[in-house]
Design a binder for this molecule. Structure first.
Ligand code: PGA
Length: 311
């Protein structure tokens, strides 16, 4: 076994994560020469260089990259052990790292709020991003659990569907197609449309459906936020397709409405997923169970008196 100390591995992992000895020193509250010294000793023990300096930049060598992923596994296991110990002592402490898709911000914080009443001492990190970025985080094993609609094709994951995620056509309440029934999808030909950004799962689903039905809309604006899209619709810039969950905060007779277009809603589901082989921490396993049990009721309660439930 390589006789490296845990401290050396921590110093290395921090420096590799930041790509900087100075930042590692600041995070660990030690001096920069201490960081260099620890990494020098570790390099000697391993017998291969871990970093290379090119210009003013610091890069990991192949051995460094391997060591970084080993360190991340070791520290994750140690964190899990600490949480198990805390659970054995009845303390329910630890960290919960969640990676979630943009639209889930309309309900995940509510579920988290309820969960945290039973686990008041946990730290939660919540990354709210689009599908492309979430798949990248999954590939890097950055979080405990992920909530998403499109599962990555190239990673082995365990997933459970827990809720529908229908995509609907949203327009301003005074749009000429509002209140019409069974609108043929061809009626959307040439309409002013507000699209989500590249990498968005919503955008992919919409482009697929329009492509299959030979419909070309006029993209007036591309926005990376569902809330900004709702404002743009209200501002009269066009219609869009959004998850019905984004309407949870909209009153039934407000500025926005859902158009009754054929082929809509696009049917999708929300999954809660984790990498296959991932050892879930006590907290993550508890959250997973809680999510599967109570999400439906929490979301129905928050949708009551909103456009989402009427749509
Ligand atoms: P997106 O996903 O943020 O990647 O578009 C949203 C959704 O699936 O509803």
């Amino acid at each position: 076994m390589i006789p490296a100390t845990l401290h050396q591995l921590k110093v290395f992992e921090t420096a590799a994560r930041h790509g900087s000895f100075t930042k590692a020193a600041a995070e660990l509250s030690i001096t920069q020469p201490t960081v260099s010294g620890q990494i020098k000793q570790l390099t000697q023990t391993i017998g291969m260089p871990l970093f290379e300096h090119i210009g003013r930049k610091l890069y990991l060598t192949e051995a460094g990259t391997e060591l970084l992923s080993t360190c991340q596994n070791v520290f994750e296991q140690l964190d899990n052990f600490e949480m198990k110990l805390a659970a054995l002592q009845g303390a329910k402490r630890g960290q919960l790292r969640l990676g979630v898709i943009t639209t889930t911000k309309y309900f995940v914080p509510r579920i988290l709020g309820e969960f945290c009443q039973s686990y008041p001492n946990i730290d939660v990190s919540l990354q709210v991003i689009n599908h492309q970025k979430l798949h990248d985080r999954m590939a890097d094993n950055k979080d405990d659990l992920y909530i998403l609609s499109n599962l990555p094709g190239d990673l082995e994951v365990h997933s459970e569907a827990f809720l529908d995620n229908p995509l609907v056509v949203v327009a301003r309440a005074d749009h000429p197609l509002a209140n019409k029934k069974n609108i043929p999808i061809a009626a959307l030909e040439g309409v002013d449309f507000i699209s989500r950004e590249m990498g968005s799962g919503t955008r992919r689903a919409v482009e697929k459906l329009f492509g299959e039905n030979d419909v070309s809309v006029q993209v007036r604006l591309e926005l990376g936020s569902n809330e900004a899209i709702k404002q743009a619709i209200a501002g009269g810039l066009g219609i869009s397709v959004l998850s019905r969950h984004t309407l949870i905060t909209e009153p039934p007779n407000g500025e926005l409405t859902v158009l009754d277009v054929k082929h809509f809603p696009i049917k999708r589901e929300w999954y809660v997923a984790h990498l296959a082989g991932k050892q879930l921490s006590v907290i993550a396993a508890a959250f997973l169970e809680f999510m599967l049990k109570s999400s439906q009721t929490t979301i129905e309660n928050s949708s009551r008196r909103s456009l989402a439930l009427q749509a």
